[in-house]
Design a protein around this ligand. Sequence first.
Ligand code: GRF
Length: 197
Amino acid sequence: MSLTSKKKLAILVSGTGSNMQALIEAAKKPSYPAKVQVVISDKKNAPALEKARKHGIPTIVIDPKLFGSKIDHDQMLITTIKQYQINLICLAGYMRILSKTVVDAFPKKIINIHPSLLPSFPGLHPVKDALTAGAKETGTTVHFVDEGVDTGPIIAQVKVSIQKGDTEDILHERIKKEEHILYPKAVEKVIHELKTD
Ligand code: GRF
């Protein structure tokens, strides 16, 4: 696939960026239908930013604390994404809930990865919550983003079994290994289903 016919991704991050990295690496393959056009973080010190820069990908920090109002922040996010003519927005450890204004600006164009088998264990601590509940298995889900918390239509899921002695960190690392395979595949699937735009 030529570079010009690849769809353009924006990846939104707040932290480590291992899922971002998996998408960047997948997108480098000539046959992959998308390229990473920009990485946007709400945190100026997110380690993901340095990783993206090493791959020569433009990075932008949009720190909500620097805006007078939520509306101003949301407008900046929308304008930035539009400037880059983005076809699909991938949240990858972006720790903010997108407002209705942002979600409505990009209908069916925002996806997220969440480390549980949704609808089980939505919210901030899905790995810990699965352990606390004594679940035998958990997993990861890629889903479209709506205004709710981890509630949009599901695109793809993978199960991960919970083992004796698992801590939150150990289990999350095992889930992330699956996420790094699942997210690029799910993005590819969504891209193929995108209407020409
Ligand atoms: C991942 O487990 C993802 O599912 C969740 O946040 C974590 C981000 O990790 N939304 P990383 O920054 O991609 O390493």
